[in-house]
Design a protein around this ligand. Structure first.
Ligand SMILES: NC(=O)c1ccc[n+]([C@@H]2O[C@H](COP(=O)([O-])OP(=O)(O)OC[C@H]3O[C@@H](n4cnc5c(N)ncnc54)[C@H](OP(=O)(O)O)[C@@H]3O)[C@@H](O)[C@H]2O)c1
Length: 222
């Protein structure tokens, strides 16, 4: 991690160069961060795709290579394919779960349906040594680049982060701010259930005050 002015410049590792991954990569590059991608086994000519879709981004060869370069890792692959990631490579890394489990897209996964926990808590079990944060899952990829505004602009869209690791959450909230969103601390990883599909803030363009009110944060801290 290096710093220019007050904003740290991060190397952002992105696992899954699809719709969400490419939108977030372009936003991160525009904010001055470095971006490196890990693709699926199918994506053999990834650098060629990146040169067109996310110019300025580079390709990592393995999960270990990505982890060695990245200050934060974003998981932007389908939940149904989440079992194909080598999570053991992410020991000690800040890993941001942007994935949503949504049965119309992912199919019904009985063990997820039966598990009372949030989807990020379930994913976090894959590597308890990683520093897990749930964020950037509650806005559509098509809104990501359209909805950014500079800090202080009226009506700036809120994006939340939830984690049990306060230090990791702080890094991710600063990253969210750098992309052009108002950061909201949404509590613990278990609290992150309120960011999931079907919840009050999911898919809604809300400013910070309305977002926090919808999460019940204002009444909790009052
Ligand atoms: N779409 C949205 O608006 C939106 C918004 C917020 C969050 N999300 C969540 O974000 C995630 C990604 O959604 P998306 O719409 O961007 O999906 P997508 O367009 O299908 O992109 C997913 C990408 O991940 C790749 N991938 C699959 N397995 C991989 C692996 N093991 N390692 C590296 N890359 C892998 C896929 O490659 P292959 O095609 O070769 O499998 C594809 O390039 C989902 O969990 C979704 O719920 C979506």
């Amino acid at each position: 991690m290096s710093a220019v002015a007050e904003r740290p410049i991060l190397t952002v590792g992105i696992v899954g160069p699809g719709k969400v991954g490419s939108a977030l990569g372009r936003l991160a590059l525009a904010a001055g961060h470095r971006v490196v991608y890990l693709g699926s086994e199918r994506q053999v000519d990834l650098q060629l795709l990146l040169d067109i879709v996310v110019p300025g981004a580079t390709e990592a060869t393995t999960a270990e290579d990505l982890a060695a370069q990245a200050d934060i890792v974003l998981l932007t692959l389908p939940f149904s394919k989440s079992g194909t990631v080598r999570y053991e490579a992410f020991d000690g890394r800040i890993v941001v779960d942007t994935m949503n489990y949504w049965s119309p897209i992912d199919g019904t996964i009985d063990e997820i349906e039966a598990d009372g926990r949030g989807s990020s808590e379930i994913i976090a079990d894959r590597n308890p040594r990683a520093r897990w944060v749930k964020s950037l899952n509650h806005l559509g990829y098509h809104d990501m680049e359209a909805d950014t505004l500079p800090a202080g602009a009226p009506g700036r869209r809120a994006v939340a982060a939830a984690s049990d690791d306060d230090g990791a959450k702080r890094v991710v909230l600063d990253f969210v701010d750098s992309l052009g969103f108002d950061p909201v601390d949404a509590g613990s990883l278990a609290d992150g259930r309120l960011l999931q599909t079907g919840e009050a803030v999911f898919g809604r363009e809300l400013d910070r005050a309305t977002f926090e009110e919808s999460l019940g944060l204002l009444s909790r801290s009052a």
